[in-house]
Design a protein around this ligand. Structure first.
Ligand code: MN
Length: 480
């Protein structure tokens, strides 16, 4: 990648002046002069590649500049003060955020990993762009992993798969998540990866016809309605197929892997109109419809999901969404940074939508042991959510296996603290029994009642755990 290519790609989506970008390019190239990567390439090639990934995700100029400069503070002798004066507060903070994550030293690896993650998330609470840079850095490192020793490859792939990929998923950057997963999979299980790759390519080639038939049927029924739409087939990432094989303990040939189709249109109303059309042409599979437009996932994901039966008897999984929802589902939170700059169609509700992230960071900050931190982090990152209703019909999304206690704290800290029992679907239930999606949960409280120590074992969410700990600590019931 050359500078003029980068500038050209950047200008396709941004009207920001590119002086800083050009300066960062030359500055970084000079600062890393003489340094080489394991591949034998000049070190700066890595910096330029990270910047290119950030441009692919349409990040703003400060982020792309920080991508070019992300290793300067760590790998060269340039003092922080000098750097801050050169590039100003914003770019400096981004690079310093990335650097902080890199340079922490710890006694054990587990502790180091947990502490690294905690630092990273705290940095993110201030500016989420730090994480997007970090993810781009990791993606390029994964792409060039073949130059490292086998031992290093395994170590880095493992970390990528267990922490970076779920983080990308939680931030809703699915494109990046899939790439990180498949690259890790390739190094962790090379034989399985190769054989699955061949089989999947063959299966998808055979499905072209099915997709074509589906498009023709939908077109035919839309006829004169003039609802703008495009139909895309959806390739699943290899690692998610592999995980399904392990879970179901079946070979690829026996895995029911439905054809995935996306229909993209202009407005929310047309999403529902298209859903109606699809259901009138094809028989829907009972229980497969989920409305993530009315109730979005926590990572901002929105779409209508349904499965239908094709004439051939094959199941087709369909997602219907607007162009804007599509962008969010591919780029996640990264997609929204552009708007924050007020370039095009600013999203005023975004800050509100991102509140869960800040809240979540605060809870995580409260957890003291590295192990507990990693545990909560992994649980809360899980995309699979259940939706629990209050008797009044309000809905709270919670992770799978969340309990009435989690629900109580999700409603309000006071409700959680004074909780003494719960009714699930009108029947008395234990506070530690896992809830199921769609359950109606009523929390019973008593004034002056208080959290108990064994509650810590009954909750799944970082939020509930943090509130219980806080209470126990303040009342001298636990030490840390
Ligand atoms: Mn780097």
């Amino acid at each position: 990648m050359e500078l003029d290519e980068l500038l050209k790609k950047f200008k396709e989506y941004s009207s920001q002046d590119t002086t800083v970008l050009e300066y960062a390019w030359n500055y970084s190239s000079e600062a890393h002069q003489g340094q080489k990567r394991a591949s034998g390439e000049m070190y700066f090639v890595h910096c330029a590649a990270v910047a290119e990934i950030l441009v692919d995700y349409k990040m703003d100029q400060e982020t792309v500049a920080a991508g070019l400069l992300h290793d300067v503070l760590e790998d060269t002798k340039i003092p922080h003060e000098t750097f801050r004066k050169e590039f100003g507060e914003e770019v400096y903070e981004l690079v310093a955020g990335v650097t902080k994550i890199e340079t922490l030293k710890f006694s054990s690896r587990d502790e180091a990993q947990a502490e690294n993650w905690r630092k990273m998330l705290l940095a993110t609470a201030k500016d989420i762009r730090v994480i997007v840079i970090k993810l781009a850095d990791r993606l390029h490192n994964m792409r060039t992993l073949n130059f490292l020793t086998r031992e290093k490859q395994l170590e880095i792939s493992h970390e990528t798969l267990s922490l970076y990929a779920p983080l990308a998923q939680r931030l809703g950057i699915f494109q990046l998540k899939s790439q990180l997963e498949d690259l890790s999979f390739k190094y962790l299980h090379p034989d399985e990866y190769q054989s699955l790759l061949t089989k999947v390519q063959l299966r998808y080639a055979m499905r072209e016809k099915l997709l074509e038939d589906f498009k023709v049927s939908v077109e035919g029924h839309l006829g004169g309605t003039q609802i703008p739409h495009r139909v895309l087939s959806r390739a699943k990432n290899l690692y998610s197929i592999y995980r399904k094989m392990l879970r179901q303990q079946k070979p690829f040939e026996e895995i029911q892997d439905a054809l995935g189709v996306r229909i993209i249109t202009d407005t929310v109303i047309n999403c529902y109109a298209l859903l109606g059309t699809v259901h009138s042409v094809f028989k829907p599979v009972a229980g497969s419809f989920t409305d993530y437009i009315a109730v979005p996932k926590m990572n901002l994901y929105q779409s209508l999901h349904t499965s239908v039966m094709a004439a051939s008897g094959e199941i087709i999984e369909i997602q219907i969404r607007t162009e804007e929802m599509h962008r969010t589902s591919e780029y996640g939170i990264a997609a929204h940074w552009r708007y924050k700059l007020g370039e095009k169609g600013a999203d005023h509700h975004l800050d509100e939508k991102l509140n869960w992230l800040r809240q979540w960071m605060e809870w995580l900050q409260d957890l003291s042991s590295p192990r507990e931190f990693i545990e909560s982090f992994k649980t809360d990152l899980e995309l699979d959510q259940i939706f629990i209703f209050t008797p009044k019909g309000d809905v709270k999304p919670l992770p799978v296996d969340a309990t009435p206690l989690d629900f109580a704290f999700a409603i309000h800290t006071d409700i959680g603290n004074t909780c003494i029992g719960a009714k699930v679907n009108n029947k008395m239930a234990r506070l530690d029994v896992p809830l199921k999606s769609g359950d109606i949960c009523e929390i019973i409280t008593r004034k002056n009642s208080a959290p108990k120590k064994d509650w810590l074992a009954s909750v799944k969410t970082a939020g509930a755990r943090s509130h219980i700990r806080k209470y126990l600590r303040e009342h001298g019931m636990i030490q840390d």
